[in-house]
Design a protein around this ligand. Structure first.
Ligand code: CU
Length: 424
């Protein structure tokens, strides 16, 4: 199964955000009787009865995972590329809801100002009708204390403790958002419900990554997640069906990293948020192409300060992060080669340890000895949803390409589609 990534709503491109809004609007517009309509899906949580949702143990995490996956599938029936994004109220102090959910209107693809489907949702007539609203001072309401509780839940060592510990901060977000979000019966009609639960699901996913051996209690595995069927059967899904998100086809991208395209031989500044520097788990450089190169190439990756990166020396160069080789097609003529298809490749170089080492260095160099919490607050104060002014600058990266004789290969001789640094 192809794995696709759910992202922070603040990280979506304009195009992705348009797709998301259009998908929401399209399911708002479906007849209430449709299985994919917002009226049906929003109503599954609470009103009209029966109330299907599970909010305790067993089932809080598993039921909501199945629920938001069903919702995501409905969005994908409109735009197949849409992935449900998350509202990150848990990584650090934030105020209000994400920018994309904040305003009653937005400018659509055609340049017209239209209602923002992420601001308010229609309540089905079976649940009383009308539209949703949030507390009137939501834009100045802070969520920092809830983030702190969510972070402490992450250190739970068993599934049950984690589920119980996360339940509280999850509920606080409901109550503090106000309006329909604050009651089980109508919460599912606020469009932000699904972004909120996507974040809950992400925290569980992160906890699963950090606790790979942790047992899931039997009563969770056998718990029935009605009304969600197993595909092509009339059986309900059970907890066991949703433990692995890979089985469901998704993972999470925790951080927004906006980096300019990486061009071979260019020295490129990498700007990463201090929170990312402290907490990232995985860093990989991907080199992708839809065809094989004529000649064999070795890519050498340098990450460090500007001078070390500009230098091509490998041995003893602390900036050297690793190398990947690519077999060429040999003496096949270029024309034949260019027309060959079915040679998509995506090679990844793990630069985890190297980047971590460099980041540690960087944080120490800045002489920052304040305890972590104070450091976060400082960071958050400067943080806004729109920009990233607190990015720590000077890490540089360069990808060099050499042939079998160690001679440089110019970018135009390389059949590379793109090079991307993924940090998460
Ligand atoms: Cu909830």
């Amino acid at each position: 199964m192809t794995i696709r990534y759910r992202r922070n709503i603040n990280c979506l491109t304009d195009n992705q955000l348009h797709d998301l809004r259009e998908a929401y609007q399209a399911i708002y517009d479906l007849p209430d009787s449709s299985a994919d309509s917002f009226a049906t899906l929003g109503g599954i949580h609470g009103s009209p009865s029966p109330i299907w949702c599970d909010h305790g143990s067993p089932g809080f995490l598993t039921w909501h995972r199945a629920y938001i996956r069903a919702f995501e599938k409905a969005l994908q029936s409109v735009h197949c590329d849409v992935m449900l994004p998350f509202w990150d109220w848990s990584s650090g102090p934030t105020t209000g809801v994400p920018e994309a959910c904040r305003h009653p209107t937005y400018v659509n693809r055609s340049g017209n100002t239209v209602p923002n489907p992420l601001y308010s949702g229609p309540i089905s007539s079976a649940a009383g009708g009308g539209t949703t609203a949030r507390r009137s001072d939501i834009d100045t309401t802070t969520f920092g204390d809830i983030a702190t509780s969510a972070q402490s839940a992450m250190s739970s060592s068993t599934f049950s403790n984690f589920q119980n510990a996360l339940n509280g901060p999850h509920g606080s977000v409901h109550v503090r958002t106000g309006g329909q979000m604050s009651s089980v019966s109508h919460a599912g009609f606020d469009p932000i419900f699904f972004l909120h639960h996507c974040n809950v699901d992400r925290l569980w996913w992160n906890w699963q990554q950090s606790n790979p051996g942790a047992a899931v209690p039997t009563n969770e595995l056998t718990h029935e997640l009605d009304p969600f069927n197993k595909p092509f059967t009339t059986d309900w899904q059970t907890g066991a069906d949703v433990i692995s998100t890979d089985d469901l086809g998704y993972r999470y991208m925790n951080w927004c990293i906006f980096l300019p395209p990486i061009i071979v031989w260019e020295v490129l500044p990498i700007e990463l948020d201090p929170i990312v520097l402290e907490r990232f788990r995985d860093a990989r450089l991907h080199i992708r192409s839809s065809r094989m190169p004529a000649e064999s190439v070795e890519f050498q990756v340098f990450i460090g300060d500007k001078d070390a990166v500009a230098n091509t020396k490998i041995e003893g160069n602390p900036a050297f992060a690793g190398t990947v080789g690519l077999f060429g097609m040999g003496n096949m003529d270029e024309k034949t080669m260019m027309t060959m298809t079915g040679n998509n490749f995506d090679i990844a170089l793990n630069v985890n340890d190297h980047l971590r080492q460099r980041c540690k260095h960087l944080i120490e160099e800045q002489g920052d000895t304040t305890p972590k919490d104070t450091k976060r607050k400082k960071t958050a104060k400067k943080h806004t949803d729109d920009e990233n002014p607190n990015a720590t600058a000077p890490l540089f990266m360069r990808v060099a390409a050499v042939d079998a004789q160690g001679k440089p290969i110019e970018p135009d001789r390389l059949p590379i589609d793109d090079i991307e640094l993924m940090v998460d």
